[in-house]
Design a protein around this ligand. Structure first.
Ligand SMILES: [Zn+2]
Length: 392
């Protein structure tokens, strides 16, 4: 049995080429063509060069062979991929440019060569050239998913959200569940830009568009709620923020302070305490407990908050709960007790600081900043509040 982990890296990358070569040789052998012997010997020569890590010499042979049989073009694609993965982008570009320049290149292979060259340019960071090639692919095949997806990546990189939306809309009808949330995030980006410029109505329009493409967009709801709060419409903001529980309850801790503020501005302390108690029935979450305790302290006094946290802590002893309890006790008691509690609280704070506030559900990336586009795996909306201890 071959242990692949012991093979050198370049040979592992060359395995697809070797597999294609073997297939071509055996296919030719079966066909019984008169060129069989010459064809096979040339391929074996190329294979030999490849195994000796002499890709340049191997390529010279494959270039000659592709002219007599364009079905061997897969070896070029596989070699191009090897060069690209090895970081030898210039060599990959040379292969694919060489193919494009051949007048005999059959039309049926043209788009594939353009795509491969586009990947090379992306690898080299030449986005303009890559964009031109992917657009050329679309002229021949307007529904090319690969060309559209790569154009979207380029526009995302360039933060050209309008172009990203245009390209993504071509993929929407085929896969609304995957593409809808992506388009929604682009509209949220536009909404943020409009809001930063002070154009509230445009910001609201974009946020509504975001919700049209993804009704579960927490980001769009937060944008709309923030704008409502900024304009003093706390009822509207409260209604919007309460929708987040149904959209994605994991984001609730992020908006609790805003929800509390909306109730406070509307003088709805009783309704707020009822709402928090109901929320607690549906979700076990420490940030909710923390919010509830702060609200109790604000409206019913410190003892009520202390009783509430102590009761919760008895049922579920946790670091955050302990911290909350200490914060209430830090202002009570004699000097020695306060000093001791203050020291304990500092220690707990240090431990809490070592926890990240957010984590990507796709790749596990941890951060203290909320990114709507994960900087590690580049997924939209996968970074969520870190669910430590009892999860939401
Ligand atoms: Zn990620």
């Amino acid at each position: 049995m071959v242990d692949f982990s012991e093979l050198p890296g370049w040979l592992l990358l060359a395995l697809p080429v070797i597999a294609i070569l073997s297939y071509m040789v055996f296919r030719r052998s079966d066909s019984g063509s008169g060129q069989k012997s010459h064809f096979s010997s040339e391929y074996f020569k190329g294979l030999n060069y490849l195994l000796n890590d002499e890709q340049g010499k191997a390529l010279d042979i494959f270039v000659k062979l592709v002219e007599t049989d364009w079905e061997t073009i897969d070896t070029h694609f596989a070699l191009g991929k090897i060069f690209r993965k090895n970081g030898e982008i210039d060599k990959a570009i040379k292969i694919h440019q060489g193919l494009i320049a051949r007048p005999s290149l059959p039309e049926r292979h043209r788009n594939r060569v353009l795509l491969e060259l586009g990947y090379d340019y992306l690898g080299a960071g030449w986005f303009d050239r890559a964009e031109g090639l992917f657009k050329e692919v679309l002229i021949h095949d307007p529904r090319s998913e690969k060309a559209l997806q790569n154009l979207i990546l380029i526009y995302q990189q360039e933060k050209d959200w309008h172009k990203a939306i245009d390209a993504a809309e071509n993929l929407f009808s085929e896969n609304p569940r995957r593409v809808g949330p992506m388009i929604s995030q682009y509209y949220c980006e536009l909404a943020d830009i409009a809001r930063a410029k002070g154009d509230i109505s445009q910001g609201e329009h974009y946020a509504q568009q975001a919700l049209r493409y993804d009704t579960a967009s927490v980001r769009a709801t937060i944008i709309l709620a923030d704008m409502a709060m900024a304009s003093g419409d706390y009822q509207k903001a409260k209604t919007l923020l309460q929708q987040i529980e149904k959209q994605d309850a994991e984001f609730l801790p992020m908006v609790m302070d805003k929800l509390v503020e909306c109730h406070h501005q509307e003088d709805e302390s009783e309704a707020l305490m009822d709402y928090l108690a109901q929320l607690e029935q549906r979700h076990v979450s420490l940030p909710l407990l923390e919010s509830h305790a702060k609200v109790l302290e604000r409206y019913k006094g410190q003892q009520a908050a202390l009783d509430y946290v102590t009761e919760k802590l008895k049922k579920n002893p946790t670091l955050d709960g302990m911290n909350q309890l200490l914060s209430f006790n830090a202002t009570n008691g004699d000097e020695d007790l306060r000093m001791m509690i203050s020291g304990l609280k500092s220690a707990v704070d240090v431990m809490k600081d070592e926890q990240s506030a957010f984590q990507c559900k796709q790749c596990g990336f941890k951060t203290n900043t909320l990114y709507w586009l994960c900087p590690s795996c580049h997924n939209w909306g996968s970074v969520k509040p870190f669910a430590c201890e009892p999860a939401c």
